[in-house]
Design a protein around this ligand. Structure first.
Ligand SMILES: Nc1ncnc2c1ncn2[C@@H]1O[C@H](COP(=O)(O)OP(=O)(O)OP(=O)(O)O)[C@@H](O)[C@H]1O
Length: 298
């Protein structure tokens, strides 16, 4: 279990994390989603005792991270895959980790195998690794101590599609065996397949949280008609919130209500379905619109 309670971080007059409260439960993968600069890494750094909170508290397995004895045996952390000594080989990094945590050296080979780094790759200096190889090494390091909790900041960054699929399988299996996973990303599609729960952050504040199923169910309905512009007017007259979707309209209402309105006005429906992940994406963009760099620049 990971908890954050009223977690706040200010840098001078700037509030990077603002009164954030959420829990990450065992047996689940929680996706921590937000645009660039939203405050995800700062939250995770506070969870791992690397950045002191200005206010609020955070615990891992019931204690502040710093109070955990031999924390690597309990919490696997990957915050920045490139923050490794570039002159060391992958194998050396894992061997050092195993020594510090008091683990059997055989664990190093097991982890290299698990993340798919070959004998020759593990003997190369990290300075010559691709970003994807660094991420794999970072995941191996996080899993080295067989922890119950994983805190991973954008681990899919730099992985190819096969690597992303592999990582999803790994995290799903880990959570299914009772592990607790907090996984950040700025891309919904990267985590929505594997996440059970979602916490959406924008400008340091939580803007939505809940199970993926709940959030998807509340993300509206996609409708396409032979005349979307005219039907959008009818929907708005009925007091419904309507936005343009890539294909048709996204409406904040149940399909039954929209279908009934279409029938009343003699509108021909071409498509009517729960918006699901497309709606979730739209919701994510709207909820975090104030925070997107493009908006700031505009
Ligand atoms: N040490 C620091 N001093 C001042 N400001 C900081 C510091 N660390 C982070 N910030 C600011 O806090 C905000 C949140 O940063 P953070 O790295 O947590 O965002 P993020 O959600 O992880 O973004 P990304 O997806 O781009 O990694 C940013 O505006 C950042 O510039």
């Amino acid at each position: 279990m990971i908890t954050a309670e009223n977690l706040t971080k200010r840098y001078g007059g700037y509030t990077a994390v603002d009164d954030v409260t959420f829990e990450v439960r065992p047996g689940t993968v929680t996706g921590f989603l937000g645009p660039n600069g939203a405050g995800k890494s700062t939250c995770m750094r506070m969870m791992c005792g690397l950045t002191p909170p200005t206010a609020g508290a955070t615990t891992v397995l019931g204690k502040p991270y710093a109070a955990l004895p031999n924390p690597g045996r309990h919490v696997g952390v990957l915050l920045d895959a490139s923050a490794q000594h570039t002159g060391r080989t992958g194998r050396e990094v894992l061997t050092l980790g195993a020594m510090v945590m008091g683990l059997d050296r055989s664990r190093v080979d097991e982890m290299l195998d698990l993340v798919g780094l070959t004998e020759s790759e593990s003997g190369r200096r990290i300075g010559n690794y691709s970003l994807g190889m660094r991420q794999r090494l970072g995941i191996a390091h996080a899993l080295l101590g067989d922890p119950q909790v994983l805190i991973l900041d954008e681990p899919a960054n730099g992985l190819d599609p096969a690597g992303i699929r592999w990582m999803r399988g790994l995290l799903r299996g880990y959570a299914d065996e009772g592990g607790t996973v907090l996984l950040s990303s700025h891309l919904l599609h990267e985590i929505e397949v594997v996440a059970d729960e979602l916490v959406v952050i924008g400008r340091g504040r939580i803007v939505a949280q809940g199970s993926k199923a709940e959030l998807m169910a509340s993300s509206g309905t996609t409708v396409r008609t032979t005349d979307d512009a005219a039907f959008a007017g009818r929907l708005q007259e009925a007091g419904l919130q309507v936005t343009a979707a890539p294909s048709g309209l996204l409406v904040q209402a149940e399909p039954l209500q929209i279908g009934t309105l279409a029938a009343t006005h003699g509108v021909v429906l071409v498509e009517l379905k729960e918006a699901g992940s497309a709606g979730l994406e739209e919701m994510f963009l709207q909820l975090t619109a104030d925070d997107a760099r493009e908006e700031v620049a505009a």
